[in-house]
Write a protein of this length. Structure first.
Ligand code: ATP
Ligand code: MG
Length: 440
């Protein structure tokens, strides 16, 4: 049986835990303010920052539920505004000359900060707000799964694969005018495999010597005032300094928020501008860097970005892909005699990979508990001999005595329907119509 990461925390469990954390941070911040006789402190700002980060996590859990997502986004914006106010009160900013579009350099006072970490990681870009240890944490080790583990998605694989084969950026590319910098923007409903395929792509490219930098848009957005912009600037500079390199920003709608939205906040606008400036520098650097962004909410991303990047829609898995998914995932476990993988695939239209994975996990757990009941081997002390029981159950699965019945499949399907994608699909359709307008 192919392995899945079993998530043992339910939606409500996760929500309760995060909501509790959020309330805790806010209560602590308010208590601190009273204790300090209304004097703002950095510790208080950090508590609002932590609360903002939790809001980001809650937004990610609710990325298909616009209302809940919006409520927590509003809370996150409030936390960030409060944090900005506190920091400004502690440390009033000196009058600044207006910024130009030229590259913004890292302040000289920051240069005194160590550029090396305890583990020996080196960078040229550490500063007070973004220390070397933080930068080190952006570099990811090679993801375990490769393109071979990605079911279906052949078009996307082909598109990216062209870059795998030309990753040497040879004289041929030069003659053909293929630029060393490439960028892709993957969008689609939640659970369709955007992150998964990008990780698989990184696996392939790392085998060719590329480094892999990965940041989460939500984390950047929730950084302390001014730090978010610096983070983006430094991350892009790292990619330039470490070519060949992939830089992947997941949940990109948090760092490149569309400036044409009505309710855009000042800090979001500044971050978008910083992001676009850093992106332009990266693009014009002439370095072998591949930029990847992913989102469920393409319409929330700034138009200037959409204009600069190759848009790639990630659809829900089609019939053939679902069929292969069930075959790969169930592997040795077969459908019962009167049931087929084809029927499984037919009955799961509108399922994302995440929905399919949840369904398959739950079926596997059910089969396991059925096996533990039916094939239990008891030792002389009347205790279950787990090893023997497991061996008997495996034999039964291999022989087809224990199989996925239509009844079990339908029962679990009824208990866990696929996530509702109506709204998000409508938004994506509207986005595609709009983009056609922009690009035509
Ligand atoms: N092509 C695939 N083949 C097999 N399994 C897949 C594939 N794509 C995704 N999965 C499985 O589905 C899960 C969800 O995929 P993933 O997290 O990449 O979706 P996503 O589009 O990034 O979702 P979100 O928008 O919520 O971030 C993955 O953890 C992986 O186990
Ligand atoms: Mg993802």
């Amino acid at each position: 049986m192919a392995l899945y990461n079993l998530s043992n925390t339910s939606y409500s469990g996760k929500m309760n835990e995060r909501t509790h954390q959020y309330n805790n941070y806010i209560n602590q911040a308010e208590a601190l303010r009273i204790k300090n006789e209304n004097k703002p402190t950095l510790e208080e700002a950090e508590l609002y920052q932590a609360a903002a980060r939790v809001c980001g996590e809650i937004m990610a859990i609710n990325n298909t539920q616009r209302n809940v997502y919006g409520q927590w986004k509003a809370r996150r914006d409030d936390c960030i505004k409060t944090m900005e106010r506190i920091v400004a009160a502690i440390n009033p900013a000196p009058a600044k000359a207006p910024e130009t579009t030229a590259s913004r350099t890292i302040e000289s006072s920051d240069r005194a900060v160590s550029n090396t970490t305890a583990s020996g990681f080196k960078t040229n870009n550490a500063c007070k707000d973004v220390p070397a240890a933080t930068i080190e944490s952006w570099y990811k080790s090679m993801p375990k799964h490769s393109f071979a583990d990605v079911t279906g998605m052949d078009d996307v694989k082909d598109l990216l694969m062209n870059h795998v084969s030309s990753s040497g950026w040879s004289r041929l590319d030069e003659i053909l005018g293929i630029p060393p910098f490439q960028s892709f923007f993957l969008y689609g409903a939640p659970g369709t495999g955007k992150t998964f395929i990008i990780e698989a792509f990184a696996h392939e490219m790392m085998q060719k010597g590329f480094k892999f930098i990965r940041l989460l848009g939500g984390d950047i957005h929730a950084s302390l005032v001014g730090v978010a912009e610096k983070t983006v600037e430094i991350a892009f500079q790292e990619a330039i300094d470490n070519e060949p390199c992939i830089i992947f920003i997941d949940e990109i709608e948090n760092v490149c928020v569309s400036r044409s939205q009505n309710n855009i906040e000042g800090h979001e606008k500044r971050l978008t501008v910083a992001f676009l400036e850093a992106y332009n520098l990266l693009k014009s650097s002439g370095k072998r860097v591949i930029f990847l962004g992913a989102t469920n909410y393409p319409s929330m991303v700034d138009e200037a970005m959409l204009d600069r990047i190759q848009l790639v829609r990630i659809p829900l898995p089609d019939y053939e892909t679902r069929l292969n998914f069930f075959k790969d995932t169930f592997n040795v476990l077969q459908p019962a005699a009167d049931f087929t993988f084809e029927e499984m695939a037919q009955s799961t239209e509108n399922y994302s990979f995440r929905d399919l994975g949840r369904l398959a996990d739950t079926i596997a757990i059910n089969i396991k508990s059925q096996a533990m009941d039916e094939y239990a081997v008891v030792d002389e002390n009347e205790k279950i001999d787990e090893e023997m029981t497991s061996k008997m159950a495996v034999d039964a699965i291999v022989k087809g005595e224990l199989a996925v019945t239509r009844e079990l499949f339908s029962k679990i399907q009824g208990e866990m329907p696929p996530s509702d994608k109506t709204k998000i699909n409508e938004e994506i359709e509207a986005f595609e119509k709009r983009v056609k307008g922009i690009n035509s």
